[in-house]
Design a protein around this ligand. Structure first.
Ligand code: AMP
Ligand code: ZN
Ligand code: ZN
Length: 317
């Protein structure tokens, strides 16, 4: 396999582009796809401060790496979800990256901020862990970015993530999500501008980039994601992609260029400040404040039981 650009030994082939690249030309390909995403969607202007939400996985660390490489003023934000060993190793990966690159990493711990880690917050609310995790991430990313004065918040969503989310939204005709699904969500009423600069690059490419750039990332998925619908949609798209390279890209890019406009009549509901925390919400009290309040109530309801529990050191028989 030869590099399409220089005919040297290729390290990766990209069937949907009918091309293969050596290490250096692959880096050039990766950077140029990110530059193109930023330019075409007006994501970032030189001099703007961007906060990259980093999970410790390949995509978000690759994103942080490429933004720094392109000369952007990019800091990291790690949200410690409190999911056992997985969260500890993820934090370490982000800290290692920050240290090696002399970059700034902000860390927010869910347990410290909201009283309970994500799995317990979910249990106390009798809600699915992934749903509570999603709400907590969206809320905390936005609040942190705004309070620290960042212009833009970036996430590591790649082509595979975006195509799978699109397929899910189409299967269920979630028309309001379809109207909003884009690599850029503009700032409005207390919401910081959100961007997905990796949306033109597939998961195989972000993994190859991270490995070739020697980024030490956490390989495992979150233990709670097993069986998530998103993984099923990714598998289905991979099956189609193998038989017909370019399908994923054609689904997503075609939607962005030709399909999304038909859902454009959707007007996002007006936002107002949450009565408790001041963050933008469509309700009186925002979803995050309601999560935290219900968790406090659930913990308080358990307290009287504790008085009957055996004292420290006493054996229960
Ligand atoms: P996910 O929702 O897990 O697929 O992650 C999508 C994107 O959200 C990642 O690429 C990161 O940019 C960001 N992200 C996920 N988990 C975290 C976390 N614990 N801390 C900071 N950012 C995260
Ligand atoms: Zn080459
Ligand atoms: Zn609130």
């Amino acid at each position: 396999m030869r590099c399409t650009v220089c005919r040297g030994q290729a390290v990766i082939d990209i069937p949907r582009h009918h091309s293969a690249f050596c290490r250096d030309h692959f880096f050039e390909h990766f950077r140029s796809q990110v530059r193109r995403a930023i330019r075409e969607w007006d994501m970032l202007a030189p001099g703007q401060r961007v906060l990259v939400a980093v999970s410790g996985g390949k995509d978000s660390l690759a994103l942080w790496d490429v933004l720094l490489d392109l000369g952007y003023q990019a800091d990291g934000l790690y949200l410690d979800l409190g999911i056992g060993d997985y969260s500890c190793r993820s934090l370490e990966a982000c800290q290692r990256f920050a240290q090696e690159h002399g970059a700034t990493l902000h860390v927010v711990a869910v347990e410290e901020r909201y009283g309970l880690p994500v799995p317990q917050l979910a249990r106390a609310n009798r809600r699915a862990t992934c749903a509570v995790c999603g709400t907590t991430k969206r809320y905390t990313f936005n609040r942190t970015a705004r309070q620290l004065g960042y212009d833009v918040l970036a996430t590591g969503h790649n082509l595979d993530d975006e195509a799978a989310a699109l397929l899910g939204n189409l299967l269920h005709w979630n028309v309001d999500y379809l109207a909003r699904q884009a690599p850029v969500l503009p700032a409005r009423d207390g919401l910081v501008k959100r961007i997905k600069p990796l949306y033109r690059l597939g998961e195989r490419e972000t993994a190859a980039y991270a490995v070739l750039r020697r980024i030490d990332y956490v390989v495992d998925e979150c233990p709670h994601a097993v069986g998530a619908k998103e993984l099923l949609y990714k598998e289905a798209l991979n099956l189609i992609e193998r038989q017909s390279p370019g399908s994923k890209q054609s689904l997503l890019f075609g939607f962005l260029e030709k399909g999304r406009q038909f859902f454009g009549i959707y007007e996002p509901p007006p936002l107002r400040p949450c009565a408790e925390c001041g963050e933008p919400t469509t309700a009186q009290v925002c979803a995050q404040c309601r999560l935290v309040r219900r968790a406090r109530e659930a913990v308080a309801a358990l307290k009287p039981l504790r008085r009957d529990a055996p004292a420290d050191g006493e054996e229960e028989r």
